[in-house]
Design a protein around this ligand. Structure first.
Ligand code: JFZ
Length: 465
């Protein structure tokens, strides 16, 4: 009763119980984040200077005046955009959902919007909605689609907020002191054009109508990914949250407004939580493949396929989702490195995906040699042991496992694995050479349930920033 009264006031959208709304997401485990926008044109450079930090922040980091930034839209002409190919790349990698930046902090809408001319149809030579054909391709391929929407920060539509960042962190701008004095007086803004309207007007005139457009014009939208709640008010959040409530199936993250709008899941960024942070709440780690979300021509510090696969396994073993980012170029293509990494993950997922999809967190702590995920059948339990470090003597010990082992085999080649009970737990006898150097999965069916040996929550999960 108490909870009901509270929910009427502000939080939880309860048209459908979370257990139902969240089911597809909990089973998906792996999704694609796409950061795409006008920032892909400068691709990390402004006035011949390399601008530090993440690519989609170039306008703020470089303190680029609004009118000058908007000029980049003239070169945003993604003639090679092939949404079917994007969705196929995600699907072949084993991803089950896509979240794309419908509008990032630069305020640019990738869709046809009546609420602001700063959108792909009105402001670029391309002149076509980018989200419609993507939504169609997702539907055709059975991939869920979510929209990232920067609800508070908007550096172009007046009245949006701007997180204040020192000018000289972006580049050695000789005017840094002057700029910093201005941003200090203007809540982070660097151009008078940004403040001709207040936040409430921006929410009413831009954010609310645009979120309505996103929820009305693209068929089923599975989730909304809010970002950077700083500067938001509870009143503004209530208006946006009310729109979600009209879509009983939709889910949303925890970045609408803190602390009264926790959404459906937490969003640790660029990091995988420690065991001590797991509190039973849903969570999703979002992460880049290199060092930027939005495309930067010179961001070349790419992770390896091995790292990405092991991250996914680590995350699944802790009961979370992995939202892995691609930052497409302004011509509409994915960077070749991203394509290659996605392919590599797809190869692994094709053989080993059953260890990931619809799996539950490991009942054990972390193993020195790898990770575990779990699935419960009617009476028994299937454990998936993903081995990163292959034992030199061929003996893999799982301490703490006391259930009877019914059968065990490698997903890589179907080879049966012998299990023997010892005082230390169960010891698996593995072949001399590891079939898959990235991670070899042993599928083990055991009798009965495996009680979790995990102790819960010692510290809150670090979510967002
Ligand atoms: C946020 C976005 O700002 C970022 O561009 C990206 O979309 C990521 C997924 O989510 O992450 C942040 C938020 C705030 C800061 C940096 C990154 N910040 O205050 O510098």
């Amino acid at each position: 009763m108490f909870v009901c009264v509270l929910s009427q006031l502000a939080f939880c959208q309860d048209s459908l119980p979370a257990s139902q709304r969240m089911q597809w997401w909990r089973e998906a485990r792996f999704g694609m984040f796409i950061h795409w926008g006008v920032y892909a044109v400068p691709a990390g450079e402004f006035r011949g200077q390399k601008i530090n930090n993440i690519g989609e922040w170039i306008m703020n980091r470089g303190k680029i005046p609004v009118a000058e930034y908007q000029q980049f839209a003239q070169q945003f002409n993604p003639v090679l955009y092939d949404p079917e190919a994007w969705v196929k790349a995600a699907k072949d990698a084993g991803m089950k959902y896509i979240v794309i930046t419908a509008k990032h902090h630069d305020g640019f809408a990738l869709f046809d919007s009546k609420a602001s001319k700063w959108n792909v149809v009105d402001a670029t030579p391309f002149k076509k909605d980018l989200l419609k054909p993507l939504a169609d391709a997702c539907r055709r391929n059975g991939i869920k689609l979510g929209f990232y929407y920067s609800q508070a920060q908007d550096w172009t539509n007046p009245g949006g907020t701007a997180i204040r960042r020192p000018a000289r962190e972006g580049w050695a701008n000789p005017d840094s002191s002057l700029i910093d004095a201005y941003t200090k007086e203007h809540e982070g803004h660097w151009d008078p054009a940004q403040t001709t309207r207040n936040l409430e007007q921006y929410i009413d005139d831009v954010a609310v109508p645009q979120v309505k457009e996103l929820l009305s014009n693209y068929g089923d939208v599975s989730l909304i990914w809010w970002d950077t709640p700083s500067g938001m008010t509870d009143a503004a959040a209530a208006k946006l949250d009310a729109l979600l409530k009209q879509h009983p199936q939709i889910i949303s993250n925890d970045r609408l407004k803190r602390p009264n709008y926790p959404g459906d899941y937490k969003t640790p960024e660029q990091r995988i939580p420690n065991l001590s942070e797991l509190d039973g709440k849903d969570w999703e780690t979002c992460m880049t493949m290199n060092e930027t979300w939005g495309y930067k021509s010179y961001a070349d510090n790419w992770k390896s396929t091995q790292t990405l696969v092991r991250n996914l396994v680590d995350i699944a073993s802790k009961g979370g989702n992995y939202l892995l980012n691609v930052g497409p170029k302004a011509d509409g293509t994915f960077p070749q490195q991203s394509i290659d990494l996605l392919k590599g993950m797809g190869v692994w997922m094709k053989t080993n995906g059953e260890a990931i999809y619809a799996s539950k967190a490991s009942p054990f702590g972390l193993f020195a040699w790898g990770r575990c995920t779990k699935k419960e059948t009617n009476k028994n339990t299937v454990l998936y042991f993903s081995v990163f470090d292959w034992p030199a003597d061929g003996k893999l010990t799982v301490p703490g496992l006391s259930n009877k082992v019914l059968n065990a085999r490698l997903l890589a080649n179907g080879a049966a694995v012998k299990a023997s009970k010892t005082t230390e737990g169960v010891v698996f006898s593995l072949p001399a050479t590891q079939p898959d150097a990235i991670a070899t999965v042993i599928r083990v069916e055991v009798k009965g349930t495996v009680a979790s040996q995990m102790v819960h929550t010692k510290e809150p999960m670090k979510s967002g920033l």
